[in-house]
Design a protein around this ligand. Structure first.
Ligand code: SIN
Ligand code: CO
Length: 373
């Protein structure tokens, strides 16, 4: 449904994580994956993460959702932002899939936003990579250089920065794409009522990684080895460089052991920051029903936002999804489940003769991670 006109190898070499890029007409004949009314509907839901940013006389103010009353906002100076629309709207999930030339584990979500003329979130800096796709309407985007940028006084939780000298100053129309790496200040201003989509990529911090490791060690009661030494410092008050090195090695040995590292990374990196929307069948599906459905042309479709990842070097049938580890008998089923968002009888039927794998697949469907379509 969506095709991204981008030389991905060239992009990865020269722009990804390095410098901004604007591409006019990156999506030909772009169709919005969601309409403004539907977006407003999602914003009324408790389970959906949304916010409003209102701009008045050069000041920005944010209100977190749910947003139920749009009447008082009028027709200018505001923007509605809804996170993880790809979890809820299959077309938004298809749009996000255009960016799978980057690994799934790095993907965060697709945020959709509606902005009235004059609306925007103000000049700010993100610590993640973002691709901004313009849907209906027009917005002007300015992107400044990395470096020191003063916090904007009075911007509070919005953490805005002072105005900056733009490196890039573009007017975006439907289908245009703007890529902004972390650290570059940017600001969007809305010219005509607009829908836009921010496809965000995030990387874990040392803090997140080490907290995950600590949780896992506690849960599995691992990491019990203690420090030993064969020499002691002369000064009783000293923690010698030798001992520091030994203590560090004790930690490094644990982290560099793949049997500790892989489950830690698999668990952390298959989770989502935003709630998933599982779609379990009303009554649990059984194998004969699945076989029948596939024979009739039904496909199984992965719910939006579900990450199915595998760690290189791990057992071929091993995969992590939604923070949990699963072991399939063969890679024959594990690989298409990881790589493809929808699967039909051509791929699945020959694999269902494996009793354990077909039971696992049914479990995935009955948990609502894949649904029949
Ligand atoms: C916006 O659409 O104005 C916010 C997106 C962003 O700045 O990352
Ligand atoms: Co931003």
């Amino acid at each position: 449904m969506y095709h991204l006109n981008l030389d991905t190898q060239e992009f990865l070499r020269h722009h990804w994580q390095k410098k901004p890029l604007f591409i006019k007409g990156a999506f030909a004949d772009f169709l919005d994956p969601i309409e403004p009314d539907e977006l407003a509907g999602l914003a009324t839901e408790e389970s959906v993460s949304s916010r409003l940013v209102i701009q008045q006389e050069g000041q920005w103010r944010s209100e977190s959702g749910p947003v139920t009353d749009f009447e008082p906002l009028g027709d200018c100076g505001w923007q509605l932002l809804v996170q993880a629309v790809n979890h809820l709207e299959p077309a938004a999930s298809e749009l996000a899939a255009c960016f799978r030339f980057l690994p799934d584990w790095r993907f965060d979500d697709l945020m959709a936003s509606f902005a009235a003329p004059g609306g925007g979130v103000g000049p700010h800096i993100d610590n993640y990579d973002v691709f901004i796709i313009q849907g209906q309407g027009q917005r002007r985007w300015q992107v400044g250089d990395r470096g020191e940028h003063k916090p904007r006084k009075g911007s509070g939780a919005l953490a805005l920065v002072e105005d900056f000298e733009p490196l890039l100053d573009v007017e975006m129309a439907p289908g245009d794409l703007l890529y902004i790496p972390p650290g570059y200040p940017h600001c969007g201003q809305t010219l005509t009522p607009s829908l836009s989509y921010s496809v965000g990529f995030r990387a874990p911090s040392q803090q997140e990684l080490l907290c995950q490791l600590a949780d896992q060690l506690q849960d599995t009661n691992q990491g019990q080895q203690r420090f030993t030494s064969d020499s002691e410092p002369r000064q009783a008050s000293l923690i010698s460089a030798d001992h520091q090195q030994g203590l560090l090695s004790l930690m490094a040995k644990l982290i560099s052991d793949p049997t500790t590292l892989r489950p830690m990374l698999g668990t952390l990196l298959s989770q989502n920051r935003f709630e998933l929307d599982p779609l379990p069948p009303q009554t649990p599906l059984e194998l004969p029903q699945l076989i029948d459905a596939l024979d009739q042309g039904v496909e199984i479709v992965r719910i939006g936002g579900l990450k199915v990842v595998h760690l290189e070097g791990d057992r071929p049938g091993s995969l992590y999804l939604d923070g949990h580890h699963w072991l399939l008998n063969t890679q024959a089923l594990a690989l298409p489940l990881r790589e493809q968002a929808r699967l039909g009888s051509g791929t699945l039927s020959p694999l269902l003769s494996d009793k354990e794998d077909s039971a696992t697949l049914l479990e995935f469907i009955n948990l609502g991670y894949w649904y029949l379509e």
